[in-house]
Design a protein around this ligand. Structure first.
Ligand code: HEM
Length: 129
């Protein structure tokens, strides 16, 4: 018998797919975030974030199989991430998480996820302005 991962506990692939799809739907409409994405097609970026989050929370390790060590700070160096960008990122992610029903994502797991996103977004800031 193995312990249930966070990934499984919140609905697995379907839940991560929904959160990240909703997040990029917001990015596409966001005047702060959209210009940061170099590619016209947000699809590949959506897939990379989904794979990363699935792996982080105990799901499939496809991200590292394809991309190697995450090194997220290094991978964000090309983009200016100051307080405005962080806030925009978190706003989009909070909207995305809020779309997952409480039957799928209970309050304790929801809080854990939101706390993680806040910590991660703060840690990826690379500009004071
Ligand atoms: C990549 C912006 C925070 C995870 C990217 C990219 C941009 C970006 C422009 C390039 C898109 C691409 O992959 O082609 C930002 C901004 C943030 C932020 C403005 C504000 C704080 C975060 C956070 C996480 C994250 C908090 C994780 C929880 C990733 C991942 C990639 C990525 C996994 C793909 C890395 C790879 O190339 O494998 N981000 N990001 N980002 N971001 Fe962020």
């Amino acid at each position: 018998q193995t312990a249930t991962s966070f990934y499984e506990a919140v609905g697995g692939e379907n839940t991560f797919h929904r959160i990240v799809a909703a997040f990029y739907r917001e990015v596409a409409q966001d005047e702060v975030l959209r210009p940061l994405y170099p590619e016209q097609d947000l699809g590949p970026a959506e897939r990379r974030l989904r794979m990363f989050l699935e792996q982080y929370w105990g799901g499939p390790r496809t991200y590292s199989d394809e991309r190697g060590h995450p090194r997220l700070r290094m991978r964000h160096v090309p983009f200016k991430v100051g307080p405005i960008e962080r806030d925009a990122w978190l706003r989009a992610m909070r909207i995305a998480v809020a779309e997952i029903e409480p039957e799928v994502l209970d309050n304790a797991h929801r809080q854990q996820l939101l706390d993680y996103f806040e910590m991660a977004a703060n840690s990826l800031m690379n500009s004071p302005f």
